[in-house]
Design a protein around this ligand. Sequence first.
Ligand code: ARG
Length: 483
Amino acid sequence: MNGRGEGVSESDEPTRLWGGRFAGGPAEALARLSVSVQFDWRLAPYDLLASRAHARVLANAGLLDADELGRILAALDDLASACAAGEFRPTIEDEDVHTALERGLLERLGTLGGKLRAGRSRNDQVATDLRLYLRDHARGVAVALIELADALTEQAARNVDTPAPGMTHVQHAQPVSFGHWLLAHVQPLLRDLERLRDWDTRTAISPLGSGALAGSSLPLDPAAVAKELGFTAPAANSMDAVADRDFVAEFLFVTALIGVHLSRLGEEVVLWTSTEFGWVELDDAFATGSSIMPQKKNADIAELARGKSGRLVGGLVAVLTMLKGLPLTYDRDMQEDKEPAFDAVDTLELLLPALAGMISTMTVRVDRLAAAAPVGFSLATEVADWLVRKGVPFREAHEITGKLVALCSARECELEDVTDDDLKTISEHLDPSVREVLSVSSALAARTTPGSTGPGPVADQLATVQHKLDNWRQWAVEKVVPR
Ligand code: ARG
C-alpha cells in the first residue's frame, strides 16, 4: 500500500502532535513511511468515543469547566457526524487518525481543542481504539459466521436421511448421512464463535489512562473511562497496556483458523461439484463461467474461500513476527498490527456472505450420493461388527472380512453378490444371515450412539446445533459500547 490513501486531500497547514523540539519538519521520505492515516482512519469513530470519555474524566478532575466540557462534547459530536458524512476527511499531512481528529477539533474549538490531549497519549489511545474496533467487528464476523452455519444447518436438515460415502484418505470408508457430513462443518464454526467470545472477554480491558507508558500525574479515572467504553475493567499495568498486542495476535489466530475451516469446506465443494463426484450443483448466481469454454460452471466462491485462507494465516504470522523481540513498551513497529487485523475483518466480511449464499442455494444430488454410498466395499466394517456380535474377536473378524473383500475384488462383484458356499468357504463363522447388515440403510440405522451418523443421533445433533446458533445470534448483536 502506498502512503497516500484514497480520500486523502491537500491542505497547507500541517497539524502535528509533536515538533516543539525539532528544527524543521520531517523529510518527505520519513513522512511517507510514517503516515498511517490511509489505513487507520477507520478507527476514527472509536477514537472519538474514547475522546468523549476522556473529556468527561478531565472535567471530573477539575481540568475542564462545565462550559469547556459542553463545548468539547458538542465539537466531538459535530466531528463524528462530519466524519460519518465524509465531510471531514484526513489530509496527506495528517500522520495518523489521532492527528487528523485533533486537527478537526482545533478547527472547531481553537485553543480549547488542545486541552483534550492532557493525560493521554497516542500509545494508550491507539491500543484503546483498536480494541474497540476489533470487539465491534468480531460481532460482525460472528453474524456472518452464523449465517453460514445456518445455511449448512438448513441443508443438513434436508439431508439427515441422505446416504453418502464417508471418506478417509479421500477413499470410500463407511456410509454416513450427508446431513451429518454438513453438520461436521458447522461444529468447527460453533467453536470459532466460542473462540471469538472468549477472545472478547480478555480483550474487554481498557488501556486508556496509561498515557505513554507510566500512567498519569493528573487525577484521571481509568475505571470510569473503561465503564463508559463498555470495557469490564481498566488495565492492571500501564506498561503492559500500551505494549500488549496479544489481543491482535489472538484475534488473528481465530480469524486464521476460521479461514482454515472455510478453506476445508471450500475444497469439499470443489470436489462435490466436479463431474467425477457430481454430488452437488451450484445455483447459477453463485457459480462462474469460462471466457472460452461455454460449458463451464466453476465453484469460484469455494476456491476463493480456499485461497483467502493464505492471507488470513499470513496476517497472524506477520503480527507474531512483528511482536517477537520488541522491548517494552510501545515501539513504532506496532503500527504494523493494524493492516493485517483490518484485512482479516474485511476478508471475512466479504467471503462469509458469499459462502452462505452458495451453500444455501446449492442443490444436493441425493440420487448420486445414495448410489455412491455403498461403493468401494464401504459396508465391510458392518460384516466385521456382525461377526463381533457373534462372539468372534475383532482381530479375526477383520481378517475374515478382508478375505471376503479380496474375493469380491477379484471377481469384481459387491459384497452381497457372494454365494452361500463362498461365505462358508471363507469362514465357518459366516452364514447367509450376514446379508442383513449389507445395506446402507441398515448400516446407518445401526448407529444409535450419541454423535454417530444414524438418523436418531443426527436429528438430536441438529436440534442442539439450532439451539446453540439461536444463542449465538443474541451475543452477536450486543452493542460493544453502550450508547
Ligand atoms: N500510528 C501509531 C500506531 O498505530 C499511533 C501511536 C503512535 N505513537 C507514537 N509514540 N509514535 O501505532
